[in-house]
Structures are given as structure tokens and as C-alpha cells.
Design a protein around this ligand. Structure first.
Ligand code: TZP
Ligand code: MG
Length: 209
């Protein structure tokens, strides 16, 4: 499936009531988010499915693919556009077999060898980070911009930078062949998710020249 990962918004519903969460999701889409991920770590399967359905409905209005974090079963149940898997999730080859050739398979990679293996196992894109310290993901390590650059050169699939990124600190990514940037906090927690998304996209396009 075709997708554009220029501005990849990853959600975190934890601090919000459902209405506010969905409002924030839609506001970010109005600001130009090109790819969306629902990332829930403390939900029952039923809750994850219900939230996925609600977010998927909004994403469809804006023609933006929805990726589900961690859970192949939830993605298949909701029939959204893809799933994102890390080292502790289902192996990528198995996931590809279950989801078929047309769904988007995303993977996390912090090292060149992991990136190459993920590509060979069928990943459609990679998320690489954390570029900066982040409070969103516990126990995450920092990936240097040198490693990010090496990964971009090692695989032919889109690579997105992630971790502590916002519109004011993206200059370090200049000259690196990334396809896009990911953000949780910078958009999710912004007073205006729409403005935050707009300015991140504008800044990303500036650094890409
Ligand atoms: N993977 C590496 S860093 C990160 C994930 C999921 C969290 C990014 O969140 P934020 O709030 O944009 O720093
Ligand atoms: Mg995971």
C-alpha cells in the first residue's frame, strides 16, 4: 500500500478523556499529518479495538493510513492499513504472512544490522530513534544521527526519525536521507495539535530543501 511518512503522528491517549483524545487526533490531521499510528500500551484487547475503530473512522475522512502499534490481531480485526512491530513483538516474517502483501508493516531499528534484517523480513518502513531523550517511551536508548544516516544508506525503504522531535530541534537531521519524522508529545500535548503538526511539516520540508 502507498503511504507517505513525512509527518508520522503517533498517539498516546493515556492522559485524555475519549472526546478530547479524538479531537486532538482530528486536529492533528487538519494540520497535515500524513501517517497515523495508534500506540496503546495499557489497554485490554477490546478497548484497543474500539479505540482503533474510532481513530480509523477519523483517519479515513482525511485519507491517512492508520497503523496499529504492537498488535497484528487488532490491526486485522479493525482492517486498518498497517501494524508497527518492535523487537519484543511478533517476528516480522510471521506478521507479513498474516497480514498479506498489501498492508503496511513497520519496524523499529536502532542498529544497521537490525535495519537490514527488518528490510529482508518484509518491513515497508523503519522507525529509528530515540534521536533525543523522551519521556514517552521508557527504557529507550539514544540512537546517534550517524547511526540514523548509516541506516538510511543501508536500506531501500523509507526511514523515519523518532524521539523527542519538535519543530525547533530538527536541524540535526539535515542532510540525512530520512523519509519523515515521527512525533508523539510535540503534537499530542500541544495546545493546538493542528499548529504543531503544521509547523513540524513545514520545518521538515525546509530541512529536506
Ligand atoms: N520510539 C523511540 S522514541 C519513542 C518511540 C515510540 C517515543 C517518541 O515520543 P516523543 O514524545 O515524540 O518523544
Ligand atoms: Mg512494540
Amino acid at each position: 500500500m502507498e503511504f507517505n511518512s513525512e509527518l508520522y503522528f503517533i498517539t498516546d491517549s493515556t492522559p485524555y478523556e475519549l472526546d478530547e483524545f479524538l479531537w486532538r487526533v482530528e486536529d492533528a490531521l487538519k494540520g497535515g499529518v500524513t501517517l497515523m499510528q495508534l500506540r496503546e500500551k495499557n489497554r485490554t484487547t477490546k478497548e484497543y479495538i474500539e479505540l482503533s475503530q474510532a481513530v480509523h473512522e477519523i483517519c479515513r475522512k482525511y485519507n491517512v493510513p492508520l497503523i496499529i502499534d504492537d498488535r497484528v490481531d487488532v490491526m486485522l480485526a479493525v482492517d486498518c492499513e498497517g501494524v508497527h512491530l518492535g523487537a519484543e513483538d511478533m517476528p516480522l516474517e510471521m506478521a507479513r504472512r498474516l497480514i498479506g502483501p498489501d498492508k503496511i508493516l513497520g519496524a523499529t531499528a536502532k542498529k544497521v544490522d537490525v535495519a537490514k534484517a527488518a528490510y529482508e523480513a518484509g518491513a515497508d518502513y523503519l522507525g529509528v530513534g530515540a534521536i533525543y531523550p523522551t519521556t514517552t517511551k521508557v527504557k529507550t536508548i539514544i540512537t546517534s544521527t550517524e547511526t540514523l544516516d548509516a541506516i538510511c544508506q543501508a536500506v531501500p525503504i523509507p526511514v523515519n526519525a523518532i524521539g523527542g522531535l519538535n519543530a525547533s530541534n530538527m536541524d540535526v537531521l539535515k542532510g540525512i536521507d530520512i523519509a519523515g519524522v515521527c512525533a508523539v508529545s510535540a503534537i499530542m500535548k500541544a495546545e493546538s495539535p493542528r499548529n504543531a503538526a503544521e509547523s513540524m511539516k513545514k520545518k521538515f520540508r525546509e530541512i529536506k530543501g
